[in-house]
Ligand binder design. Structure first.
Ligand code: 4NP
Length: 153
């Protein structure tokens, strides 16, 4: 399975999602490919935000080597599922869909935790350490539910 994580800048939330899902797949011995990107181009080529790197490291997840990139329509061809952090990312990706099967791949990541509630992973960019911990906890829960749902693992 190929999964793409999407946020706005690809430096705070989606790199953390990428690292957490990769680590959880490895723990479960599940063959799994995960990548991340942003809808914006502000941070292309940059490392994740230091606050995200530190928070992930506290939880034994290394995201220090990841590099920011922007979403592109060909991502619809390369991934089975596109998981967005919030409604704004969701709308921005859906707007780039070329056909209905592209749209069907796009979901809010917290739908795995609370289906049909349109819950969002809050943007921590202007936040503090506690906001990054909240992001980690939400994404970790989403990963647990995701692997249960798709792999019964
Ligand atoms: P992210 O957070 O979308 O979780 O990577 C943000 C990172 C950068 C900006 C906004 C949100 N920014 O405005 O530069």
């Amino acid at each position: 399975m190929n999964v793409l994580m999407v946020c706005l800048g690809n430096i705070c939330r989606s790199p953390m999602a990428e690292g957490i899902f990769r680590a959880q797949a490895e723990e479960r011995n599940i063959p799994f490919h995960v990548d991340s990107c942003g809808t914006a181009n502000y941070h292309v080529g940059e490392s994740p935000d230091i606050r995200s790197i530190k928070k992930a490291a506290e939880h034994h997840v290394d995201i220090s080597t990841l590099s920011g990139r922007q979403f592109a329509p060909h991502d619809f061809d390369r991934f089975d599922l596109i998981l967005t952090m919030d409604q704004s990312n969701f709308r921005n990706v859906i707007q780039k869909a070329r056909q209905p099967s592209d749209r069907d791949k796009v979901k809010l990541i917290l739908d795995y935790v609370s289906p049909n509630e349109s819950q969002e992973v809050p943007d921590p960019w202007y936040g503090d350490e506690e906001d990054f911990e909240t992001v980690y906890q939400l994404l970790n829960q989403a990963a647990n539910k995701f692997f249960k749902h798709h792999f019964n693992a």
